[in-house]
Design a protein around this ligand. Structure first.
Ligand code: 5GP
Length: 162
């Protein structure tokens, strides 16, 4: 039986998915409304290509979303220029969050596609401070690598990238 807070999370996710479905009909996401200032956000950083703001449902204090202004659903669709701009500012934003919150540890999470947990179809990085008392977790169930598959897989990806 899921807990009350899990039920609320599920309901909220369903609601956000619904909002996104409606907005996707216009080729827009809720983050477009934030970028255009049509809905408010707690901005922490902005430049020509990047915008960052506090997550409305933080996993911990200082949970930030960093987004490219370019409309890109997932990482594989992002332009190299926009990726470079994001990469350039991410460490600086992390440093500021750590300094201001006092957290020493943090996770950067980036979901691509609904099945991978993406609810807003506009590329974003989560920066999530982890405090000693934080109890949020990310489910991670590693299994030993299959070396024969790994040889084939790594060769195929290597060739694709050449
Ligand atoms: P995802 O599940 O797609 O990786 O993450 C989307 C994040 O966007 C969620 O953590 C959710 O709380 C956040 N979010 C969704 N709508 C809004 C909004 O209107 N304002 C803000 N600040 N965050 C939002």
């Amino acid at each position: 039986m899921p807990s009350k807070s899990n039920q609320w999370c599920q309901l909220l996710r369903q609601f956000l998915n619904r909002v996104n479905d409606i907005m996707a009909g216009n080729g827009k996401t809720i983050f477009n409304l934030i970028l255009s200032g049509k809905i408010p956000s707690h901005k922490i950083y902005e430049d020509e290509s990047v915008y960052a703001f506090l997550d409305i449902n933080p996993l911990s204090r200082g949970h930030v979303l960093v987004i490219p202004k370019e409309e890109s659903r997932t990482m594989d669709c992002l332009s190299e220029d926009s990726a470079a701009e994001l990469g350039r500012v991410l460490p600086k934003i992390c440093r500021a969050i750590m300094k201001i919150t006092g957290a020493n540890d943090y996770n950067i999470v980036q979901n691509n596609g609904e099945n991978a947990g993406q609810t807003v179809p506009h590329l974003h990085f989560h920066i999530i401070p982890k405090y000693p008392e934080s109890n949020h977790s990310f489910i991670w169930e590693p299994k030993p690598i299959d070396h024969s598959d790994a040889m084939e897989l790594s060769r195929a990806i290597l060739e694709e990238l050449e």
